[in-house]
Ligand binder design. Structure first.
Ligand SMILES: [Zn+2]
Length: 276
């Protein structure tokens, strides 16, 4: 077997074939996992900084640097210190969408209070569409998820007739997310080439993560982006990866340690994140 110019001996090839037959996974996926074990880098792992509950409760101090995030993933989303804008991590680069949806590349020393990232290693690829709304997008992605009980990373590429997104401007320390969301800006990008960077989180993760689909958009020219509220696209290329390991990095800041994070932040989060 030739793989990017490498030759794999027959003895190993038999093992790969047996594993393919046993699991139904592709040779590529098996080789990727084997390499990641050899190099001790984790695949199919969510690395999340802080909890959605803490963010809802207004804990938005810098917890880790973007550089640290990039050590744990090359793909994901989040926000910045003081809820200043939306974060998009794609292909190992971090971007900041400001309150107007204008995007700039972020330096590794920028800080984040909340983010969820992974080393994107998709197992499945397909095309879907047309999708005329966020709920149609959800409905189109649903059958591609094998389970409701693990996390998924989703990347959708294509030309969008319309992307409605929002972003939040910098907030005073301690501002609750629902309060901050009242001052968010909403904007619509039309006829734009770009990518949806998404994480799907199971229902049970609601108190500490963002349950359901959470997408951030970035344009192909890396100039526009934000937290996605609605979409309209003719056809999109979807890549999806199941994520069965979850690493939660809890903050050690005074603000987090002293915060009152009530049990029922999920409803407040849904209002702030969905805007519907
Ligand atoms: Zn978001």
């Amino acid at each position: 077997m030739h793989h990017g110019g490498y030759t794999i001996p027959a003895s190993l090839r038999h093992l790969i074939d047996a594993e393919r037959a046993r699991t139904g996974r592709s040779a590529e996926a098996i080789i990727r996992d084997a390499l990641s074990q050899y190099f001790e880098t984790s695949l199919h792992t969510v690395f999340q900084v802080s909890t959605s509950g803490a963010l809802v409760a207004g804990v938005s101090e810098r917890e880790v640097s973007v550089g640290t995030l990039l050590d744990h993933g090359d793909f994901g989303l989040g926000t910045f210190t003081g809820l200043d804008g939306e974060m998009i991590l794609i292909e190992g680069h971090a971007y900041h969408a400001d309150v107007n949806g204008d995007v700039t590349r972020v330096a590794p020393d920028a800080g984040t209070p909340f983010a969820i990232v992974t080393r994107f290693s998709p197992e499945q690829e397909t095309t879907l569409g047309p999708v005329r709304s966020f709920s149609e997008l959800e409905a189109a992605c649903d059958p591609l998820r094998g389970s409701g009980n693990i996390f998924y990373a989703l990347r959708l590429d294509g030309r969008f007739a319309r992307v409605k997104a929002r972003s939040i401007g910098p907030q005073a320390p301690g501002t609750r997310l629902a309060e901050a969301a009242k001052s968010q800006h909403e904007f619509t990008f039309t006829d734009v080439e770009g990518t949806l960077v998404g994480i799907w989180s199971p229902e049970f993760s609601g108190p500490f993560s963002v349950a359901g689909y959470h997408f951030h958009f970035i344009s192909a020219d890396r100039r526009h982006g934000g937290h996605v509220l609605d979409v309209d696209a003719e056809g999109l290329r979807l890549q999806i990866e199941p994520l069965s390991n979850f690493h939660l990095a809890l903050p050690e800041t005074e603000a987090y340690l002293r915060a009152t994070i009530s049990g029922n932040t999920a409803a407040e989060l849904a209002t702030a994140e969905r805007g519907r």
